[in-house]
Every structure is written in structure tokens, then in C-alpha cells.
Design a protein around this ligand. Structure first.
Ligand code: PAF
Length: 286
């Protein structure tokens, strides 16, 4: 399937296209992205195709989710390559607004607060990040009014917070989690992987190896799972571990030592100038 997506850069234009599709009785799926698309994003489009008649992908490098010391300027902007991939995937509309279109008077005074979970893990490393994410996601959902919106399982904390936001704010949209797509050696696809030099790239696989080790030992409980993951990281000096935790899927808070049941092992590490995250569902036993 190959269509040339209609590229829209204004909010009014996007609303008009949505109104036309709705008038024709068609359902709409939204995949919000920062661009620099890879096969992980295309998996969202494939699932969106199963769930709705019309596929919209937004491409917007949202400045309000980047901290002052972060890589906003360095973040890859590859619109032409992105459009070619989305055409091959059969996407109908690409919403690619400018910063001035989304924030005509600068960052909004109204901000969606991500709450306590928004201050943990990624939120500790990137203060304010999740308030920026939730605010722009709320704006995108308000503009596109999709029936379903796709979010990657790789950004598990973001997925948790988006799900909670749509429940808390009664936003009528189904949030669909999309499985992480991985390289052959297990490294989760990420737009930031392109910044890894060859040595860092080789070392980066250790994140998924550590998560696998946690999953394999999880039957023996939390301590065993964490010890196995730590063991897998030992000796890999290029991987500077930020956090390795096991959280409850319903609260995204660390589980107690004696917790048994489904959990998510989450990891973040710095490799040179690049920060990578990953996670895996595990089952704590014993
Ligand atoms: O995960 C991302 O790509 C971004 O955080 C999102 C959801 C597009 C919001 O800018």
C-alpha cells in the first residue's frame, strides 16, 4: 500500500480534514511522534490501520518536554525521509505544525501536571518533561479528536501517564500500547540510537540483556531479579546506569520486596552523550 499523505501544518487545516473524514463516517487513529521515524513508529501505523479507517501521524518536536540542558537542538529533524516512510506505510495525513502554530504566545500557562509519578525515574532525570508531554498530547488529542491513539510500550512511564490522563480528564479516546520493536541483538529501536558510536552501540545491547536477566530470575523474587540485571551490567563500563527498578503496572511505583505478580522492570542509562531507556514486563514469584 502506498499513498502520499496529505501534509497539514495548521490546527484549522487539521480540524477541517478531521471534520471531512467524520462526515464520511470514517474513524480516526492518531500516532503522535517527534519525527525521526524508524520501524518502531511504522509498527504503530500498522496497528492503527487495523483499528481505524484513517491514519494520522503527528510530527512535532515539542520544545516544552525538553529541559534547558537537553538535546532539543540536536534532536534529529528528518521530515522528508519521514514522509517517504509514511507514504510507503499508507498514512493518510501527517500533521506537522510549527512551534509558533502550537504555541503562538509561547509555552501555555495551562499545563497538565503529571503528578508524583511524573517526578520519578525519567521525571527525576528530566524535571518537567512529563508535564510537557501530557500538555502537548492533550493538545494533539483536542485537535485531532481520534478514536484511538497509539503510544509505544518502550516509553512505559509516558504510556502510564497518558493512560491516566485520559481517564482523569475524561478524554474520549482509546489508548493503544504498541510493543517495542528491537534490533536483532535486542536493542530497542529509538530515534536516539543514531547518536551512538560503534563501541557505544555494541554496549547498548546490555540494557535489554539486563532486562532479560531480570525476567529469567523473576520467579525467585525481586532481589533475585535485580541482582541478575545488575550482574548483566557489570563490566560494561560504557553504560552509566541511571536507574534499574521494578514497578507495579497499575501504579508505576516501585514494588515492595515481597510483592508477587506482574511488574515492569525499567532501566535508563547514559552511553556517552546519549540517554537510553528500556523496560520489560516480568512476573515476580516465590
Ligand atoms: O514519545 C514521543 O514521541 C513524544 O513524547 C510524544 C508522545 C510525541 C509527545 O511529544
Amino acid at each position: 500500500m502506498s499513498t502520499v499523505p496529505i501534509v497539514i501544518d495548521t490546527i484549522a487545516g487539521m480540524r477541517e480534514a478531521v471534520a471531512t473524514e467524520r462526515a464520511a463516517g470514517r474513524t480516526i487513529a492518531l500516532t503522535p511522534t517527534l519525527g525521526a521515524l524508524h520501524d518502531g513508529h511504522l509498527a504503530h501505523v500498522a496497528r492503527a490501520t487495523e483499528l481505524a479507517d484513517v491514519r494520522v501521524v503527528s510530527i512535532f518536536v515539542n520544545p516544552t518536554q525538553f529541559g534547558a540542558s537537553e538535546d532539543l537542538d540536536r534532536y534529529p529533524r528528518t521530515l522528508d525521509a519521514d514522509l517517504a516512510k509514511l507514504a510507503a506505510a499508507g498514512v493518510d495525513y501527517v500533521f506537522a505544525p510549527s512551534v509558533a502554530e502550537m504555541y503562538p504566545t509561547g509555552p501555555t500557562d495551562t499545563v497538565v501536571a503529571a503528578g508524583k509519578v511524573g517526578t520519578l525515574f525519567e521525571g527525576t532525570a528530566r524535571p518537567g518533561h512529563f508535564d510537557g508531554v501530557l500538555t502537548v498530547v492533550a493538545k494533539l488529542l483536542g485537535i485531532v479528536t481520534p478514536d484511538v491513539a497509539t503510544f509505544g510500550q518502550k516509553d512505559a512511564q509516558q504510556l502510564f501517564l497518558v493512560r491516566r490522563m485520559v481517564v482523569d480528564l475524561d478524554i474520549p479516546v482509546r489508548i493503544e500500547a504498541i510493543d517495542t520493536v528491537r534490533e536483532d541483538d535486542g536493542l530497542a529501536l529509538s530515534s536516539r540510537n543514531r547518536f551512538l558510536d560503534p563501541k557505544e552501540r555494541r554496549a547498548a545491547r546490555t540494557l535489554s540483556v539486563a532486562l532479560e536477566a531480570a525476567a529469567s530470575s523473576a520467579d525467585s523474587g525481586l532481589d533475585a531479579a535485580l541482582a541478575a540485571a545488575q550482574g548483566a551490567l557489570m563490566g560494561e563500563s560504557l553504560v552509566k546506569l541511571d536507574y534499574l527498578k521494578v514497578v507495579h503496572p497499575r501504579t508505576f511505583l516501585p514494588v515492595d520486596d515481597d510483592y508477587r505478580g506482574p511488574a515492569i522492570a525499567i532501566i535508563a542509562a547514559q552511553l556517552g552523550g546519549t540517554r537510553l531507556i528500556d523496560n520489560e514486563m516480568i512476573w515476580l514469584g516465590n
